[in-house]
Write a protein of this length. Structure first.
Length: 244
């Protein structure tokens, strides 16, 4: 089930206003151009920011996400009509042939079990055209990024146009390697508190490479993330020949 921050209608509407800086997507747009992609599958597309950006740049775009509330926000955005939005995940895709698949933000880390991660990789590969690429990011567990997820370091008070002032912060709930659980708290203008718990899996570099090879990919590059230098890896993997 999707986390409340994506599945709750109120939190889904607040997602973009509370996190408006998406310069992290610039690197993915640049990679799409670099690889000569014409069509992109955005796995875990959320509220559709990247999908709409890609479509505006002339790419054919399919966005898939299991959170219906987030897709409702995506479909209401200017230019959203140029994107094909799908409610589901990489294991429920209709027949597709795209040049590039992406998983931005935390998407690659929400798959907690080896089986779920492997099924996702296989589903994406089936949607890739011959020679197509999968690009995604995942945080380096050695950097212990979760230690920053405290109320003291994450508290913010934001005026949301047409909605009011929203207070929010993150609390670290549990660290049981390779899993990290944290809770987002949101205080609405009427005093209501909404919470969203999330658990991410922090995979080691070698673990990610092995899982890609098992699913039939060839890792071409592992890059640094421009928006979080030294904290995470960006994997660029090509679908290999034959079936995994």
């Amino acid at each position: 089930m999707p986390d409340a921050i994506f599945a709750d209608p109120t939190l889904a509407r607040l997602y973009d206003p509370l996190d408006p800086d998406r310069r992290d997507l610039d690197a993915y747009l640049a990679i799409a151009r670099e690889l000569g992609a014409r069509s992109v599958l955005d796995v875990g597309c959320g509220t559709g920011t990247f999908g709409v950006l890609l479509a505006a740049e002339g790419f054919g775009v399919v966005g898939v996400d299991p959170a219906g509330a987030s897709l409702d926000v995506a479909r209401a955005k200017p230019g959203a009509g140029r994107v094909r939005w799908l409610h589901g995940d990489a294991t429920t895709l209709p027949p597709l042939q795209v040049d590039l698949a992406t998983m931005t933000g935390n998407v690659a880390q929400v798959f907690r079990t080896d089986d779920d991660w492997a099924a996702t990789l296989r589903g994406v590969r089936a949607a890739l055209a011959p020679g197509g690429h999968l690009v995604f990011e995942t945080r380096d567990p050695a950097r212990r990024y979760w230690e920053r997820w405290t109320r003291e370091q994450t508290y913010a008070r934001t005026e949301v146009p047409g909605f009011g002032v929203v207070e929010r912060w993150t609390d670290l709930v549990d660290v049981s390697a390779p899993f990290v659980t944290f809770r987002g708290t949101f205080v609405l203008p009427d005093g209501r508190e909404l919470r969203s718990d999330s658990t991410l899996r922090f995979r080691e570099h070698e673990e990610v490479e092995a899982s890609l090879a098992e699913a039939g990919y060839v890792v071409e590059q592992v890059r640094d993330a421009p928006d979080r230098p030294g904290l995470e890896w960006v994997f660029v993997a090509r679908a290999g020949r034959g079936r995994a």
